[in-house]
Write a protein that binds this ligand. Structure first.
Ligand code: NAD
Ligand code: UFG
Length: 340
């Protein structure tokens, strides 16, 4: 298949390009580089031998999207492009609505005009809001806790309505749990701008000495050790999930949501200790107060993905920590500058 990968220079998109190329697909990346570097595609080439075609552009730019779709005929689209920082979305809601909602509307409008209807969307477990019942199944109630989550929820709603109105759409909404880790080569990984908001990149930057210590946000939750529980999924497993979807998408008319998670929850302290095991030394951390908006516990019922696509995670927490650390130690400054 020839696949359009929007946001393909980003963290999950670049790892998905690797899996796509390894599965014999052709990837064309469209990204405005607002949160990524084209260097990630050189790394895709280093890992696979093939550099995806890259077109720099913005999904809100109708002329650019239309020109792209005139130039290439695509069998499917994987739509990663979007802004994704929860905290930033609270301070810059307009930017999130405009980028994520307007961009997706332009993209999908041009896709239907060009006859491309196989569409895989990067949704998030954030659409479940504060979970009422665990593990989370795809039919759990949906709600938004912040503008970022609202954009995911609205995009899902838009996609359901569009598929309902036009039977040519085949849309799969992939609800990711917590993507972490890096390619085992150490050549590709997560390269956040500024101080990371998320646990794993924060931990790796403490371990490399860029940050002083980890703050564990709250140890008074009703969980086994008092810290929050999440479902961490290795980014290569997540990427492979997209390829499994592509193999079935022609048989999936309509719009269907599927969780991509491991089905296992780990607490923040369990992650810290697994990481300490991976690096062979203690990680400086302190217990801090709770972070506003965090749910105590969130993990997937991952059985639908296995049933529908024959996909499940293969890598556990030790590989996640090992690969995250390999990436960070080989690239202390991310894609900006590699270690010699
Ligand atoms: P990322 O920021 O690394 O990748 C997103 C890419 O989209 C970036 O390369 C950015 O430059 C590009 N982009 C943003 N706006 C664009 C626009 N208007 N036009 C063209 N390109 C644009 O993020 P990621 O972690 O790889 O996430 C990919 C997708 O998965 C996002 O939609 C995100 O919301 C979703 N998601 C991520 C997580 C996570 O924890 N990483 C969890 C759930 C869902
Ligand atoms: N945490 C800390 N210290 C830190 C960072 C995080 O203790 O410095 C804790 C958080 O309180 C939380 C856990 O580590 O309990 C995980 O936090 P992350 O920020 O890594 O991830 P979240 O579960 O909050 O959210 C992530 C993405 C969202 C996405 C959600 C579900 O950031 O975009 O997973 O996919 F919606």
């Amino acid at each position: 298949m020839r696949i359009l990968v929007t946001g393909g220079t980003g963290y999950i998109g670049s790892h998905t390009c690797v899996e796509a190329i390894n599965a014999g697909h052709e990837a064309v990346v469209f990204d405005n580089l607002s949160n990524s570097s084209e260097e990630s595609l050189n790394r895709v080439r280093a890992v696979t031998g093939t550099r995806p075609v890259f077109v720099k552009g913005d999904i809100r730019d109708r002329a650019a999207v239309s020109a792209l779709l005139d130039k290439f005929s695509f069998d499917a689209v994987i739509h990663f492009a979007g802004l994704k920082a929860v905290g930033e979305s609270v301070s810059k809601p307009w930017e999130y609505y405009e980028n994520n909602i307007c961009g997706t509307l332009v993209l999908m409008d041009e896709l239907r005009k060009h006859g491309v209807f196989n569409f895989v969307f990067s949704s998030s477990a954030t659409v479940y809001g504060n979970p009422e019942k665990l593990p989370l199944t795809e039919d759990a109630p949906l709600s938004a806790l912040n503008p970022y989550g609202q954009t995911k929820l609205w995009q899902e709603d838009m996609m359901r309505a569009m598929a309902c109105a036009d039977p040519r759409w085949h849309i799969v909404l992939l609800r990711y749990f917590n993507p972490v880790g890096a390619h085992p080569s150490g050549l590709m990984g997560e390269d956040p701008n500024g101080i990371p908001n998320n646990l794993m990149p924060y931990i790796t930057q403490v371990a490399i000495g860029r940050l002083r210590e980890l703050s564990v946000f709250g140890n008074d939750y009703p969980t086994r050790d008092g810290t929050c529980i999440r479902d961490y999924i290795h980014v290569c497993d997540l990427a492979a999930g997209h390829i499994a979807v592509l193999s079935k998408i022609n048989d999936m008319p309509g719009c269907d949501a599927v969780n991509l998670g491991s089905g296992h929850g780990y607490s923040v302290l369990e992650i810290v200790h697994a990481f300490e095991k991976a690096i062979g030394r203690p990680l400086p951390y302190r217990i801090a107060s709770r972070r506003a908006g965090d749910a105590a516990e969130c993990y997937a019922d991952a059985s639908k993905a296995e049933r529908v696509f024959g996909w499940k995670t293969k890598r556990g927490i030790d590989e996640i920590c090992r690969d995250a650390w390999k990436w960070q130690s080989m690239n202390p400054n991310g894609y900006g500058q590699s270690a010699s």
